[in-house]
Write a new protein. Sequence first.
Length: 61
Amino acid sequence: MDNDDKSKPGEALKRDWEQTKHDLNKDSGKELNQDVGDTVGQAVGKKPVPPRSVPNSDLDE
C-alpha cells in the first residue's frame, strides 16, 4: 500500500480502539465519535480519517 492510497485501516482501527476504551471506562481512551461505520469507511477509504485526537464530524455522513 503506497502513501497515495486513501484507505487507512491502521489509523481507523487505532481510532476505534480509543473510542472503545472510552466507552468502557470514561477515564480512559478518547471520545472520537467513532462507530463501526466510521471505522469501516475510513479503513476502505470512503471516509476521511481526522487527526488522532479530533472527533469525527457528523458532516462526513
